[in-house]
Design a protein around this ligand. Structure first.
Ligand SMILES: Cc1cc2nc3c(=O)[nH]c(=O)nc-3n(C[C@H](O)[C@H](O)[C@H](O)COP(=O)(O)O)c2cc1C
Length: 363
């Protein structure tokens, strides 16, 4: 089942294994480079069905760190297109996650401490959010977005979608999770607005619905659109799984094909019961109650665990992050463990374990 193809619109994935979007903090002015080529390329060689870029900023001020990947210039497209061609040439489908970091923008990359960056340190101002409330008490105070700022963000997502199409990507995911801009509007913990974008569920979801509509106008009907959400803020008074089910129903009827079910990130003090597969029940519930396809993510590390989630109808796709950093060939190894025959790259064929003794010839 994990190795059954998955079809969404005109796109067929060779299996259900997805490389989760993972920030690499390795760009200069948003440009992809050799690191991205090798990092993403390896995981296509490793057998994943769908390979997502990291959160790719639609505006420069929407980067988490100065080193984030971006798609806010036309000039970003060319290098991305090279990577996409390689991924498609090795059996994977290339996907791009589009993002805006909102109030979590302008921070140092994790291995340099992750703290908010001053202008002297290469940070930028203003950073934008639904309300002028920082993520942490000593964080950068974001600027409350005007309707003009909101319109600019919506347009930036649509323009980025058009560029992603130009680069050849065949799946697009909107990052509406982890406390970044779109999630900041969804969650009552970070959205304190009293206008048409705050207060009621309909108002808090308005930005996402507008972005989906704008992106869908640029992203052709033949290609799938995913949305990653935080299914729960894990905080009383925050966004809930019931909200997620209702949102998923609405997104389904607006041209979204799959909900990628993550959680958390809205506020720093949430208490999250982290354990193997802890977010799988969200994917299962949304799939069952809203009728949309879902992806499960979060501490999925074992072949039988991943296969069981698909087999039991809890999710349609299995999204892996850290397990695929540890082992880019996780899909090939998982196939062996599950007794499924999948082709290895011919260049690596002689390393493929065979039944009986392996004979390595000369040359
Ligand atoms: C290095 C790293 C970078 C990440 N960057 C992103 C990102 O760009 N977008 C995103 O939605 N999630 C990001 N995440 C979260 C992962 O996509 C994933 O949801 C999380 O790590 C849980 O999955 P795992 O247990 O398989 O690692 C990142 C995680 C890691 C480890």
């Amino acid at each position: 089942m994990l190795f059954d193809p998955f079809v969404a619109r005109d796109v067929t994935l060779r299996n259900r294994i997805v490389v989760s979007p993972m920030c690499e903090y390795s760009s200069e002015d948003g440009f992809a480079n050799d690191w991205h080529f090798v990092h993403l390329g390896c995981r296509a060689i490793g057998g994943a069905g769908l390979v997502f870029t990291e959160a790719t900023a639609v505006l420069p001020e929407g980067r988490i760190s100065p080193q984030d990947l971006g798609i806010y210039h036309d000039a970003h497209v060319e290098r991305l297109a090279t990577i996409v061609r390689f991924l498609h040439g090795h059996g994977a489908v290339a996907g791009m996650q589009l993002a805006h970091a909102g109030r979590k923008a302008s921070t140092a990359r994790p291995w340099e401490g992750g703290a908010p960056l001053s202008l002297d340190e290469g940070g930028w101002r203003p950073i934008f959010a639904p309300s002028a409330v920082p993520f942490t008490s000593n964080g950068i105070v974001p600027q409350e977005m005007t309707h003009g700022d909101i319109e600019r963000a919506v347009t930036a997502f649509a323009t980025a979608a058009a560029r992603a199409l130009g680069a050849g990507f065949r799946v697009l995911e909107l990052h509406a999770a982890h406390g970044y801009l779109i999630h900041e509007f969804l969650s009552p913990l970070s959205n304190l607005r009293s206008d048409a974008y705050g207060g009621t569920f309909a108002n808090r979801t308005r930005l996402l619905r507008q972005i989906v509509a704008a992106v869908r106008r640029e992203w052709p009907e033949r290609l799938p659109l995913f949305v990653r959400i935080s299914c729960s803020d894990w905080v009383a008074g925050g966004w809930t799984i019931d909200d997620s089910v209702e949102l998923a129903k609405q997104l389904r009827s607006s041209g979204v094909d799959l909900i990628d079910c993550s959680s958390g990130g809205a506020v720093p003090n949430a208490s999250i019961p982290i354990a193997p597969g802890y977010q799988v029940p969200f994917a299962e519930r949304i799939r069952r109650d809203s009728g949309i396809a879902t992806a499960a993510v979060g501490l999925i590390t074992e072949a039988h665990q991943a296969d069981g989630i698909v087999r039991n109808g809890q999710a349609d796709l299995i999204v892996l992050a850290r397990a695929l950093l540890r082992d880019p060939y996780w899909p090939l190894h998982a196939a062996m463990e599950l007794g499924v025959e999948v082709p290895w790259p011919p260049q690596y064929e002689r390393a493929k374990p065979k039944r009986g003794p392996t004979v390595a010839g000369p040359r």
